[in-house]
Design a protein around this ligand. Structure first.
Ligand code: MV4
Length: 508
């Protein structure tokens, strides 16, 4: 049906899709902005096309140029990855109107789930549990106040076109309501161009658990079980895992959530890969539909490692018109998988985004360790795009084994040139509450103090980086040096960066 795929994305996810294409014998076409001219995804693809200047508006968001490029280069399909144009219903429609295959859900499903109020209504109508609240969008204060009284405080005001936590307001009493309502509407208008908001009962201390689904064009739909995504910071996920330890002694809830997700997908005529997000209230063991993400997600690898299903390959096969190659009864969760997102941010300084050229890059390796990365030594990590530089994923026979392996892998990881969240992830893996699965979406704000990363010795990373920097300066090495630059510099001096003082302390 198609034998060449244009990947309308960059970084690690573009590479992830290129790899799936190659494994399936499909040719790949990369696109790039001027900032990414020599990026890894451009080198790895069979062909590459320049889009425009670095800003996303002038490059990765230029749907018109991307479709034109696909046609000119005779790609038969477009895979959007995540972000950029992935959840743009108009773009999905334009792709198909151009006679290309869209490797994603129908534009109608993207649009249906883009309106949180429509999605809520649709889910409630198909028997999927939703958070108690109003069934429609609100613009009238008196009606909203009445609705809030009915629901009972605390209530949460959310933007109808929102998602990802922007424009939400918690309201504890009627007295606070009017100003919160105004504020939420103003924020919704400026962020999403629409001031419609709606109300939900505020669930205190929930866990965020989501279900991966796959649906083909013939009405077959399966779920690939759940991912635990409660470890977030300002609505940015940091650690994800599968299965969710919150459901380990509740296989009945896991089953019900999976069935609800498949029902949700079927309710909106879903095709391809998608994720249904739920809030799980551990206090009463209830779960509620939150929203549906109509794209491949960043954290898909943990599901791949516990189910053995290649989600991206399956996306491409579904788009080719194949029927799902497995049934629900063929699918099981085996062992445990964890992902740590590695961001170019300084965790000791309020996670401020950092930028710079990668001087040293040593990736962890070894059994049951996977690194999905979009960068290589010498690359400039800039300010134009998402600060995610890599995802480190481990698998273990059980959760403690996966966490121990993650800790081991994190302790091997060396990135210098800018600050990363590696030390933060290392801190997280050592937290007793994390290890006990005693956490909810508030964990980081409750437990993390930047001082935790300044503790004596840390893990030698600082020492190795300082040594590498000093020696690089002394020897006048060019910074474009191949990966072992920093390490060889250390080794020349008889210093082993893994044995630097204090590193043992970081290990449990
Ligand atoms: C909620 C909630 C509590 N009660 N809805 C945040 C992102 C958006 N997708 C929905 N979010 C929430 N909705 C009700 N009725 C708490 C959150 C929330 C949250 C959800 C998932 C993961 C992290 C979170 C952090 C803060 C708040």
């Amino acid at each position: 049906m198609f034998d060449k795929v244009l990947i309308a994305n960059r970084g690690e996810i573009a590479i992830r899709v290129i790899r799936a294409c190659r494994e399936l014998g499909l040719r790949s076409v990369a696109v790039y902005s001027d900032a990414d001219r020599s990026a890894l995804h451009v080198q790895m693809a069979d062909e590459a096309i320049r889009l425009g200047p670095p800003p996303a508006r002038e490059s990765y968001l230029r749907g018109d140029i991307i479709i034109q490029a696909a046609l000119e280069h005779k790609a038969g399909a477009i895979h959007p990855g995540y972000g950029f144009l992935a959840e743009n219903g108009d773009f999905a429609e334009m792709v198909e109107q151009a006679g290309l295959v869209w490797v994603g859900p129908p534009a109608s499903a993207i649009r249906a789930m883009g309106s949180k109020t429509d999605a809520r209504r649709m889910m409630a109508a198909s028997g999927v549990p939703v958070v108690p609240g109003g069934q429609s969008g609100l613009i009238d204060l008196d009606a909203a106040l009445k609705s809030a009284e009915n629901i009972g405080y605390p209530v949460l005001i959310k933007a109808a076109k929102g998602g990802g936590g922007k424009g939400m307001r918690i309201v504890n009493s009627a007295a606070e309501f009017p100003s919160a309502f105004d504020g939420a509407r103003r924020e919704a208008l400026s962020a999403f161009g629409d001031d419609e908001v709606y109300l939900e009962k505020f669930i205190l201390g929930p866990r965020h658990i989501e279900i991966q689904i796959l649906a083909d064009k013939y009405g077959n739909c399966v779920h690939l079980f759940e991912r635990e995504c409660s470890i977030q910071r300002r609505h940015q996920k940091v650690v994800e895992e599968s299965p969710s330890p919150a459901l380990n002694d509740r296989p009945d809830i896991r089953l019900a959530m999976g069935a609800a997700a498949a029902a949700a997908a079927q309710a909106c005529g879903y095709v391809n890969a998608g994720t249904v997000e739920f809030l799980f209230d551990p206090a009463i063991e209830n779960f509620y539909f939150l929203e549906m993400n109509t794209r491949l997600q960043v954290e898909h690898p943990v599901t791949e490692l516990v189910t053995g299903i290649d989600i991206v390959q399956t996306q491409l096969r579904i788009a080719q018109g194949e029927t799902l190659p497995f049934k629900q009864r063929d699918l099981v969760q085996r062992g445990h998988s964890i992902e740590c997102r590695i961001y170019a941010e300084d965790p000791a300084n309020n996670f401020l985004p950092d930028a710079g050229r990668i001087r040293t890059l040593i990736r962890p390796d070894g059994p049951w360790v996977r690194v999905d990365s979009g960068v290589t030594a010498g690359d400039e990590v800039g300010i134009y795009y998402d600060p995610l530089v890599a995802k480190l994923i481990t698998w273990g026979a059980d959760r403690p084994a996966a966490i121990d392996r993650m800790q081991r892998a994190l302790s091997e990881y060396r990135i210098t040139g800018f600050k990363t969240t590696i030390p933060f992830s290392l801190w997280m893996m050592q937290q007793p509450r994390f290890r006990r699965s005693d956490f909810d979406t508030r964990f980081i704000e409750q437990e993390f103090k930047p001082e935790a990363l300044h503790s004596a010795g840390d893990d030698g990373r600082v020492i190795a980086a300082a040594l590498a920097a000093a020696l690089t300066a002394k020897n006048g090495l060019t910074l474009k040096a191949t990966p072992p630059a920093g390490r060889d510099a250390c080794r020349d001096e008889g210093v082993n960066p893994w044995k630097a003082a204090g590193r043992r302390q970081a290990m449990r």
